[in-house]
Ligand binder design. Sequence first.
Ligand code: N01
Length: 532
Amino acid sequence: MVDLDVVVVGAGFSGIYAVHAFRSAGLTVKAFEAGDGIGGTWFWNSYPGARCDVESKDYSYAFSPELEQEWSWSERYPAQPEILRYLSHVAGKFGLWPHIQLNTRVTGASWDAATASWAVTTSDGATVTARYFVSAAGCLSEFQVPDLPGLDSFEGPWYHTARWPKDGVDFAGKRVGLVGTGSTGIQVAPEIAAVADHLYVFQRTANFAVPNRNRPWEEAEERAFKSRYREYRAEARESFLGVPITGTGRPVLSEPPDDVQRLFTERWRAGGGMPFLGAYTDVLVSQEANDVVAEFMRDRIRETVDDPAVAELLCPRGYPVGSKRLCQSDDYYAMFNRPNVSLVDIRSTPVESVYPGGVKTSADSYELDSLVFATGFDALTGALFAMDIRGAGGVPLRSAWAAGAQAYLGVAAAGFPNMFIITGPGSPSVFSNMVLSIEQHVEWVRDCVVWLRSRGHATIEATAAAQAEWMEHVSEVANSTLFPRADSWYVGANIPGKPRVFTSYLAGCGPYRARCDAVAAAGYEGFALGGP
Ligand code: N01
């Protein structure tokens, strides 16, 4: 006797929607969530300044027209607390709370061929069995703290942004060191600088950031927008990034330079990364085109930052703009004009150690009261490997993916029957509006399970051949772009020893959806189906 139809790991955007979707299809489902609240990435990353850089109207569920009409976002870009309120509202509205078990981490899952089910173990010592095992554990869940010699000896408190204390941190009067200048570091830095005695930003790699131009969402604007929300969502589904963007449709290199400067200036003033990088067709495929954008952005840094030496240090070099995740901020660069902020170049003078009173680089020592790490995540595979997942024949997922993650359509792995990964490696996932991609995956998996039941199939498993062909295609598309050129978390370069594989599908959300639908329409082509 199997306990449930579906076990879901995690209660972030994907887990919450998965619970709703499976329940609505008449399946029994339970989600296990390690946190003491729902929200996933938005639950854990509660650092000051945490805000989504996809607009609220896009970064929200599309499955319920009633929900999208009744919920009002207060700002163009949603801040972390507002996203959590939204998700709580969703869980309440659709009656999901009874099906989510908080404070419970999934520790392992083993496939049992005899019963065609998964045995899922949890941190409370329980085991539950289910026909289907669905990971909604997130792409950026396993956070990374650098292995700095002497960190244990540091006398002050230190924090990682992905485990921020729920009661907040008071930096007033403190000398704070911040390590990490990615999307997170760039968001948290101005908040710390506003209250701290002094902020030292330890920068290994300078990052490109476009302005947000965040602002309140006015009622009239909201009303007008909501009157055509359905049409907008339909456009989003077919779009490249999961957000409708109007580009020129022309390569930057074919345009008169004055026109290029004018258009970039307009888009810089309007704010937002997607419209900026999406203005021309060749920016992410041609280094020469990319250089035009990069230089435009470096000029904006130079005109914002007063000290030319600091400005030069903040100017990113050595990788194409966009090939590391483009950051967004209205105040990061200007923050370096404050007298209480210093930029420390740890590329040329690396951190050697942490001592009880601070941080020592090869050039200097910095007396600090607190340290903040915004040093990122073991992306895409980290959360999956944190569980002991064993597929057919007891093979661990870690071994199956030792040379790099492999998943057919980014949703199912050969050797792991009846297991699905929401926004897994090989899908557009982190290169798209995540909420849209989550909904697409969850709905595809739900429809698949319903179909299997209607046909009396007890099992489904991606074939090794279909998976290999898909990953080859993923890599071919990636290699036609500039993305694999940067040492980024996109290729696993931030995790020592991780195989360097680019595992996101870059052909766009619309074409990807069409491919998934075609696979389903062909009776789940590329999957082996088992009998009752
Ligand atoms: O992490 P990151 P993140 N010594 O990996 C540095 C999403 N997100 O948390 O580049 C010194 O991007 C590292 O330096 P380097 C978004 O998808 C979205 O900022 O490796 N430095 C880098 O500067 C994003 O991409 C939003 O040289 C070390 C930083 O730490 C993803 O989450 C907001 C180091 C890590 O940057 C992850 O962003 C926040 C070391 N040993 C996050 N190790 C929005 O929607 C690492 N670093 C706005």
